[in-house]
Design a protein around this ligand. Structure first.
Ligand SMILES: *Cc1c(COP(=O)(O)O)cnc(C)c1O
Length: 384
């Protein structure tokens, strides 16, 4: 085999990064909440429409921060989907509360709203939902149900920057939402995240304080108090302006990133349906009401042998595909720290059949020809 390995994901490089990072280093303001943090936060508010955006060191930390603001603690329960990254549930467990696992909808792999009501008890304080692949699903029903039951909604929007449900940006449906800027996400700064606060009356002021070691430094920087002091519980959730410099450059390049990713996604969606029908696979589904951000492209093979088989077949051709989340409800920590009222059978099923294809903005037409040929030559085909 002569062709280079086609990786699954490659962190984007934005044109302004080097200049901005040098500017931060030269400026003498390298710690957090400097001019680049401010610029990146403004861009985030513009993209999402959220009234407050606070940069954090990760999406996981933003989820923890949300848990502090909601005053979630021992004895409380938070509903999370069983098909998500560990962080969504770990942030609940970090508060001493219990993650309650609910299965996902088989068409979008987002939390199944029909199963939610039965999982709610008098201990339920919040729902941390995940827009899998940045695809929103039944968000009107989800927000209405949470409102009716007096439960806060937090969106783990790690995949969904720039996506919409019925025209409204993901990240604006919950009282708060969290973003990830890990280098596997559409927009990144290596490691990073943000907390979006929509319910500013309840959370905006305290969010700044808890993020800054429990101090009112943000008010001090705005000239609202003449010295800053320790006023509340807190931790250090703010990233250095060095990371914010990279993030600003990436957010300024957002349209180009999204155009590149969308072109890849559209190519897969265009070229794979007839092969999928032949082998009994199904391609990622996007409801009509959803605009998705081309964060990932997945297909569901008919069975687990198909998943292993297709991944191996691609690997033989130097193409890296991958599966995704292992079910949290049956994970060691999920069993010890969580509660699963009803077995999450859809999660177990899709985790064993899902295959994701390479997706990053600079994949060339030749790369895509290779991936499409690799997929559609499975199984068997003319190769001897
Ligand atoms: C990536 C991801 C996270 C974690 O993000 P970090 O920024 O690495 O903490 C959390 N939830 C989901 C759904 C993710 O995809």
């Amino acid at each position: 085999m002569t062709e280079p390995v086609l990786v699954f994901s490659r962190p984007h490089r934005a044109p302004g990064e080097d200049t901005y990072v040098s500017e931060v280093l030269a400026s003498g303001h390298v710690h957090g909440d400097g001019p680049f943090t401010s610029a990146a936060s403004t861009l985030l508010r513009e993209i999402t429409g959220a009234p407050q955006a606070l940069l954090t060191t990760s999406c996981t930390h933003a989820l923890e921060l949300a848990g502090v603001l909601l005053e979630i603690g021992p004895g409380d329960e938070v509903v999370v989907p069983s098909f998500t990254f560990s962080s969504t549930a770990a942030a609940v467990a970090m508060r001493g509360a219990t993650p309650v696992f609910v299965d996902v909808d088989p068409t979008t792999l987002c939390l199944d709203v029909d199963l939610l009501e039965a999982a709610i008890t008098e201990r339920t304080r919040a729902v941390y939902t995940v827009h899998y692949g940045g695809v929103g699903h039944r968000l009107d029903e989800l927000t209405a149900l949470c409102a009716r039951r007096g439960i806060d909604l937090v969106e783990d929007n790690a995949h969904g920057l720039g996506a919409r449900w019925r025209g409204r940006p993901l990240g604006t449906f919950g009282a708060m939402a969290t973003q990830s800027f890990h280098d596997t996400k559409n927009v990144h700064c290596g490691e990073g995240g943000a907390l979006l606060v929509n319910d500013v009356d309840r959370f905006a002021q305290r969010a700044e304080i808890v993020r800054e070691k429990g101090t009112n430094r943000a008010m001090f920087l705005r000239g609202q108090v003449d010295k800053y002091t320790w006023v509340d519980t807190g931790s250090s959730y703010l990233p250095s302006d060095l990371l914010a410099a990279v993030l600003r450059a990436q957010l300024e390049d957002f349209e180009r990133i999204q155009a590149g990713r969308t072109a890849v996604w559209d190519r897969y969606a265009h070229d794979l349906p007839s092969w999928a029908e032949d082998v009994g696979a199904t391609l990622m589904h996007v409801p009509e009401e959803a605009e998705h951000p081309a964060h990932l492209f997945y297909l569901l093979m008919p069975d687990h042998e198909g998943q292993t088989g297709l991944l191996g077949h691609l690997r033989e051709q130097g193409i890296v595909g991958t599966f995704h989340y292992q079910p949290l409800d049956s994970s060691p920590a999920g069993q010890r720290l969580g509660r699963t009222p009803v077995p999450c059978t859809v999660t177990a099923d899709v985790a064993a059949r899902l295959v994701r294809l390479p997706l990053w903005p600079d994949l060339t037409d030749a790369d895509l020809d290779r991936v499409v040929a690799g997929v559609t030559s499975y199984p068997g085909g003319p190769r001897s």
